[in-house]
Design a protein around this ligand. Sequence first.
Ligand code: C2E
Ligand code: MG
Ligand code: MG
Ligand code: MG
Length: 282
Amino acid sequence: KAKALGASSYQFFEPEMSVEARRRLQVEAALRRALELGQFELYYQPRIDVRTWRLRGVEVLLRWKHPELGQVSPLEFIPIAEERGHIEAIGRWALREACRVGKRLSDQYGTQLRVSVNVSARQLRSAELVADVEQALRESGFAPSALELELTESALIDDIDQSVDVLHRLKRLGVKLALDDFGTGYSSLSYLKRFPVDVLKLDRSFFLDECPNGDEFVAALVHMAHALGLTVVAEGIETEEMMEMLRGCRCDEAQGYLFARPMALAEFDKFLQCEVPGAQAA
Ligand code: C2E
Ligand code: MG
Ligand code: MG
Ligand code: MG
């Protein structure tokens, strides 16, 4: 089985090695060449206005398909790519691709779609991030104000002073910044004041039934975020009831299976043709 991963990546599995450990080695080995072999693809998930249900933006999400391992979740391979030092190159590719596609979509459909790209902790620490973003914008001609970068709180608080510095440099390029997965980490409200972010993305755990007094809590968070001038986006919205709750809480935008799952570009093009008034097929 290991041989199937390529001659350069023979693995000598110890017989007592656990299934998880083997899997991890396979993923690690395959990840080394995934970018050059063109195995990554971006998927697109719409972001919808809570009041009007109109399309506001799109989050791009990495997908990796390996011939033997099949579809590997970003939840599995991103931490490994971070650890093994591949995330900078993969992240750079995602940024360039997102800007290139964003430019094409805005030209073709005449929309003001916000394109949101995830940035990992290690990318944030890398000296190249600001230059990578600048280059992706320059070579694509995509409007900086239409590009949004999503960062998690845990990435930011690793080194707060350095984070604040990088965020300000990114802001100077004209891009928007979002705090992703708010509610999964420390969720300290004090960070919202320190980090120059434009958007707060509330994690889907807020909207699950197990969340006691969820509505009041979300309403208070939205209220406070608005007071700080932030746009609030709810993640993982799967039902009409959740949507109703968001309307009551004055949440701005929502993303989730209720509207659409992340989809391949060809499918997102079709989505846009239905969604954008006056949009023409190419
Ligand atoms: P995230 O940025 O919080 O992305 C949202 C995740 O929630 C996505 O999972 C999306 O498919 C999923 N999701 C969306 N709507 C629903 C819903 O209604 N219900 C449920 N149950 N899930 C929903 P995905 O695509 O597997 O991505 C997982 C994580 O991997 C992302 O979380 C992000 O942290 C990371 N990731 C994905 N793409 C990239 C990338 O290009 N770069 C970096 N650095 N990280 C990425
Ligand atoms: Mg995200
Ligand atoms: Mg998120
Ligand atoms: Mg999340």
